[in-house]
Write a protein of this length. Structure first.
Length: 274
């Protein structure tokens, strides 16, 4: 079973409609190549700044949601709509990724579980929790190809989350993310290769293109990694997209030949220290 995926690394503007139009242009081009699924970056319709999240936030079913659902239906693809600020009925704001099937129906929703609150001395400070609320659900969705896991950016740093998605049957894990110019060069490739190796899955990272004029500068370098830990394909920092074919038989082959998941010592969780 093979999945043909488009990973779209677009630049994010202050104009929400312009961002939606940009996403549509990339989708139009990608579907000409016979893709099954398209992936947009984290906060693809909103500049990545904490004060912006409440301003750009929409309720589930809002304008951006409906447009993304229509794109999926019009183009007959699965669409992982990156992420966007979501406002709930209590006015809590979440960093949320919606997934739509080929009919434009929502089949998954992931609210970022781990908020990006960091302070790297002299380099990068960011605090999502100033305006965002953390989600609390693991997200794995069904497709005609099998199960796919979904998390957002900082979530990838917590290995237990990826393993829990794999325990629920995921053979591919998709991560819309926006690492910055401090964490990106240091950790982006390492984390995607590690999670692929740990869990013997395809790992897909989709980032915004780099914009040096933005207050938060994305590292870019959207990536696809095989279950053997090899980088299958990667973009640089500029705008663009790539088409990647994911052969899920490779997942089965790697897990059969190097049976890490079967060899786990689950009994260790119940052992006491000496």
């Amino acid at each position: 079973m093979k999945i043909k995926a488009a990973i779209i690394q677009m630049r994010v503007d202050e104009d929400k409609q312009k961002n939606i139009d940009t996403a549509n242009e990339y989708l139009k081009n990608a579907v000409k190549e016979g893709i099954d699924i398209a992936i947009l970056p984290e906060m693809f319709c909103c500049p990545y700044e904490t004060p912006n999240f409440p301003i750009y936030a929409e309720r589930e079913g809002g304008e951006s949601y409906r447009v993304m659902a229509n794109f999926a239906k019009e183009y007959g693809i699965y669409l992982v709509a990156g992420s966007m600020p979501e406002k709930d009925e209590n006015n809590h704001i979440f960093n949320t990724s919606y997934v739509f099937n080929r009919k434009g129906e929502k089949i998954a929703k992931h609210r970022k579980m781990h908020l990006f609150d960091i302070d790297v001395a002299g380099r990068q400070r960011f605090k999502e929790s100033d305006t965002l609320t953390a989600g609390n659900k693991i997200t794995v969705f069904d497709t005609e190809f099998g199960k796919i896991g979904l998390c957002i950016c900082y979530d990838i740093r917590f290995p237990e989350l990826s393993r829990l998605m794999v325990d629920q049957g995921a053979k591919v894990i998709i991560v819309p993310g926006a690492f910055n110019m401090t964490t990106g060069p240091a950790h982006w490739n390492v984390l995607f290769r590690n999670r692929a190796l740990d869990n013997q899955v395809f790992m897909i990272g989709c980032a915004p293109a780099r914009d040096l004029s933005a207050s938060y500068t994305s590292y870019g370098h959207s990536i696809a990694v095989s279950p053997w830990g090899e980088i299958v394909q990667q973009l640089d920092e500029k705008e663009g997209y790539m088409i990647v074919e994911l052969n899920l038989q490779q997942v089965e082959k790697v897990r059969r030949e190097l049976p890490l998941l079967k060899q786990r010592r689950n009994d260790l969780y119940t052992l006491k220290s000496l």
